[in-house]
Design a protein around this ligand. Structure first.
Ligand SMILES: [Zn+2]
Length: 472
């Protein structure tokens, strides 16, 4: 009797999803091979920030083919686009990224093997990110088309996440202002509703200008921009002892002089300051700017600081996270073939990790941590404009080093494709929840208002167009 009771309970649970949710799952399965083809095309194109011409076109064309109205080149960025279907409220958005990372070219093999040494590769899985989100939007669109859901679904093609943070200019253009709720996800080595924040950051360029001279013949005539650069980075590295453990400071020397026999008259660094909250990041940003002036004084050169962009920490929405979690649990973990597990183990072997294979277990909903650590995302800024519900699904074996060749390898083969399918299903199911339940939309908005409090969002981008021309 007991067993029958348990079985019938399981059965009831299994049937508890609505017809609409069953339909979106079926839609993702119906489009599966097309979605994989879209993802693989973006994977092969592997285009970096603001160069995503093929990737953006492949996604926008596929949206158009599926009946969406597509507006290309929005917010002053040729590779940004918005694809909409339906009318009226609710308006539910979903974000998609598609840019690659430089230098990570890689075959779909479990050992490091570039297709084209030095060329870009999808080391963050954004080929899958953009495609799964569009797949989810298409599934929901089909229900609106059939009159089973009412409202508007909108897919955002968001470029340059890995450099410059393209969403900032889309936020500035007001493209998210009329959304009720937005969804977002990220490829990962685990599967969960994502209820953790991300780090706020600011990016800026420091340039030093001195006087060139013969390094040996008349160095007294020279004022060295590379001396200033060295003094500046030395100052930053001393400063590290006196900042909170949550703060991160990074710099990339972009120009330290050209040859050994000239006193360099020009040097340039890209500097980044992060903290778990924007209010922690801002005073460090101020101090690190002062240090540039100090270094310039010591080296007797001029200096210039130019803001690139800055992003907010993510505003978590647990109400939405709970809805996402339920859908993930309904779907259950991804199952892998023996070959896929062996592929995962080989990647783990090659990257010095325990060879445990794939792990797609659905993680329980986590506590939202005050200081989550990890990286940053321009989804942060969107999440201060509109409540944002997030997800992670597995596209690589456990402990895979991120932004590495190993992620590129998995993202172009069946392990990545399975994560794509899982994400598209969970996202479209959660969007269906929102369309079906005005109450859920209200609850998600209520939490958003409470968390945002009286904070007035102030985007951190310089005036003028997005930095497409300055992209080097
Ligand atoms: Zn990413």
């Amino acid at each position: 009797m007991c067993l029958i009771f348990v079985l019938s309970t399981l059965n009831v649970n299994a049937q508890r999803i609505s017809k609409n949710k069953k339909a979106v799952i079926a839609s993702v399965e119906k489009h599966r091979s097309e979605l994989i083809d879209v993802s693989d095309q973006i994977w092969a194109a592997a285009e970096t920030a603001f160069n995503e011409n093929t990737s953006s076109k492949v996604l926008a064309d596929y949206a158009e083919k599926n009946g969406f109205k597509v507006e290309r080149g929005v917010a002053g960025m040729p590779t940004a686009f918005v694809a909409s279907y339906g009318s009226g409220s609710p308006i539910i958005g979903i974000l998609g990224e598609f840019d690659a990372l430089p230098g990570l070219s890689q075959n779909t093999t479990p050992e490091k093997s570039p297709i084209n040494t030095g060329a870009p590769g999808h080391g963050c899985g954004h080929n899958i990110f953009g495609t799964a989100s569009l797949g989810a939007a298409i599934a929901v669109k089909e229900l609106i088309e059939q009159g089973k859901l009412k409202g508007t679904v909108r897919f955002y093609g968001t470029p340059a996440e890995e450099k410059f943070f393209g969403k900032l200019w889309m936020v500035r253009a007001g493209l998210f202002d009329d959304l009720d709720v937005c969804l977002d996800w990220h490829p990962s080595a685990e599967t969960k509703a994502d209820v953790q924040s991300s780090l706020a950051l600011v990016d800026f360029i420091v340039e030093f200008n001195g006087q060139a001279a013969h390094a040996s013949g008349d160095p007294w005539n020279g004022r060295s921009a590379s001396d200033a650069l060295e003094l500046y980075t030395t100052g930053i590295n001393y400063y590290r002892e006196h900042i909170k453990p949550t703060v991160r400071i990074h710099y990339h020397i972009q120009d330290g002089g050209q040859v050994v026999n000239v006193v360099p008259d020009y040097s340039r660094l890209w500097v980044r300051v992060r903290d778990t909250k924007r209010e922690g990041m801002l005073p460090v940003y101020e101090q690190v700017q002062k240090m540039a002036e100090g270094a310039a004084i010591m080296a007797n050169v001029d200096y210039k600081i130019s803001l690139v962009s800055g992003i907010y920490e993510l505003l978590v929405n647990r109400t939405g996270g709970v809805a996402m979690q339920k859908n993930l649990e309904y779907l259950g973990p991804i199952t892998y073939t023996e070959e896929e597990n062996a592929f995962g183990k080989k990647i783990q072997e090659a990257t010095g990790k325990p060879q445990v294979g794939m792990d797609s277990a659905i993680r329980p909903l986590e506590e939202t941590l005050e200081h989550p650590g990890g990286g940053s995302t321009d989804v942060g800024d969107v999440s201060w404009i509109v409540p944002t519900i997030r997800l992670r699904t597995t596209i690589a074996p456990k402990d895979t080093p991120w932004h590495s060749w190993a992620v590129v390898a998995c993202g172009g083969m069946s392990i990545g494709h399975k994560g794509l399918e899982q994400a598209a299903k969970a996202l479209s199911m959660t969007m269906t929840d929102l369309f079906e339940s005005p109450k859920l939309v209200e609850a998600v908005k209520k939490e958003f208002k409470e968390r945002k409090g009286d904070t007035v969002y102030k985007g951190m981008v310089p005036d003028g167009p997005p930095p497409i021309a300055q992209n080097k």
